[in-house]
Ligand binder design. Structure first.
Ligand SMILES: *[C@@H]1O[C@H](CO)[C@@H](O)[C@H](O)[C@H]1NC(C)=O
Length: 192
C-alpha cells in the first residue's frame, strides 16, 4: 500500500517537474497571463471601492425629539405648522434637517417613518405625516380628560428628493418636555 502511494507520488512529482522545466513552456505567454490577472484584480479593486462608497450613501436613519430642552406646549396657531424636531438623537446620512423639520430622501428606496405626539391639559392634538405636501397618515386626540398620546407609522417608497415631514394642524396643540414625548423617526429599509 505504502509502496503504491510512493510510486504515485513520484510519478506526479516528476510530471510537475517536467512541466516547469520543459523548454516548451512559453514564459512570455505565462507573464502575459499574469499581467491580465493583475489588470483584472485592479478592476475588481475599483469596483469594490465604488460599491463600498455607494453603500455608505445608503445608510440613512434619524430620530429626533420635538424640544431640545425645556417644557413647552406648541400651538394653537392660526395655520398648519411644520413641526421642527430639535433634539436630534441620530442623523446618519444627514437627510433630516432640524432647522426645517424636513427629511429629504437621499436615495430611491423603501423607508419607514414614525411619529409620536403627546398633548397636555385637555388640549386637542392633530398631527399628520406628509410626503411632498400630501397627507399620508395622522393622529388625532380631541380634548382628552387630561393628557393623551398618539402614534402612527408608515412604510413609503421614495424617489431621491422626496420630502417627508409632520405638521401640526391649525388650532391644535402638541406638548413636549425633557422626556421627549413628541418625536419623529425614519430610516431606509432597503434601496431600490
Ligand atoms: C401618555 O404617556 C405618558 C408617558 O408614558 C403617561 O405618563 C401618560 O399617562 C399617558 N397618557 C395616557 C392618557 O395614557
Amino acid at each position: 500500500m505504502g509502496v503504491v502511494l510512493l510510486v504515485l507520488l513520484l510519478c506526479a512529482g516528476s510530471s510537475i517537474a517536467r512541466d516547469v522545466l520543459s523548454p516548451t513552456v512559453d514564459i512570455i505567454a505565462e507573464l502575459e497571463k499574469l499581467k491580465h490577472m493583475d489588470e483584472r484584480i485592479q478592476k475588481l479593486e475599483e469596483t469594490l471601492t465604488k460599491v463600498l462608497s455607494e453603500n455608505e450613501d445608503k445608510k440613512v436613519a434619524f430620530s429626533a425629539g420635538l424640544l431640545a430642552f425645556g417644557t413647552e406646549k406648541i400651538g394653537p396657531i392660526g395655520d398648519t405648522k411644520t413641526l421642527e424636531y430639535k433634539k436630534v438623537f441620530s442623523n446618519v446620512g444627514n437627510a433630516y434637517d432640524s432647522n426645517t423639520g424636513i427629511f429629504t430622501a437621499p436615495v430611491k428606496g423603501v423607508y419607514y417613518f414614525r411619529f409620536y405626539g403627546h398633548c397636555h391639559g385637555g388640549t386637542t392634538m392633530a398631527v399628520s405625516l406628509l410626503k411632498n405636501g400630501q397627507n399620508q397618515c395622522s393622529v388625532h386626540s380631541a380634548r382628552p380628560a387630561s393628557n393623551s398620546n398618539a402614534s402612527n407609522g408608515v412604510v413609503l417608497t421614495l424617489e431621491i428628493g422626496d420630502q417627508i415631514y409632520t405638521v401640526l394642524w391649525r388650532n391644535t396643540w402638541v406638548y413636549d418636555d425633557p422626556a421627549s414625548y413628541t418625536s419623529f423617526s425614519g430610516f431606509l429599509i432597503f434601496p431600490l
